[in-house]
Design a protein around this ligand. Structure first.
Ligand code: HEC
Length: 134
């Protein structure tokens, strides 16, 4: 048992060393730019795994009526997106725009509440990625 703890500690120490070493490699960027870059990369991965099978990135709606997400931040602000991503159905109980969006879908398939979007850091990362879809 003791030996395993020790191995875990060494692994974590190495992982955090290589993480900070790679952040310093971006010497021309400010820390907040590096941080935003990491969030965008994380958001892109999350999007590809959890959203892309329903959503296109272009303006066109997909076959199931999920809107294309290009320029989505011109349609909704960050606070709105944060609530929508947490749970579209719960949000729509109090928000008219969300309710109308669900009601306007002619295919009857609503966006589900996704377990992965219950994590605030994941929502933030996805929103940073959505900002890049211009
Ligand atoms: C099962 C299919 C499905 C999945 C998975 C899904 N969505 Fe949706 N999404 C929809 C549908 C359908 C709508 C349209 C509203 C409705 O009918 O619920 C929508 C609406 C949206 C909107 C509002 C778009 C606008 O133009 O107003 C955003 C933003 C959004 N989804 C983001 C996401 C993100 C980010 C993910 C991944 C974390 C995701 N969705 C996963 C089906 C999906």
């Amino acid at each position: 048992m003791k030996g395993n703890h020790c191995k875990t500690f060494i692994f974590l120490a190495m992982a955090s060393f290589s993480f900070s070493a790679s952040s310093f490699a971006d010497e021309n960027k400010k820390p907040e730019e590096v941080q935003a870059g990491v969030q965008i990369e994380t958001g892109k991965k999350l999007f590809n795994n959890s959203c892309k099978h329903c959503h296109a990135i272009t303006y066109e709606d997909s076959v199931i009526g999920a809107p294309g997400l290009r320029s989505v931040l011109e349609r909704h602000d960050e606070a709105w997106l944060n609530e929508w991503l947490k749970s579209p159905e719960t949000f729509a109980q109090n928000d008219v725009v969300a309710r109308d969006l669900i009601d306007a879908n002619p295919f009857g398939l609503a966006m589900p509440t996704l377990p992965i979007m219950q994590d605030e850091a994941n929502r933030k990362a996805i929103i940073e990625y959505l900002k890049t879809l211009k």
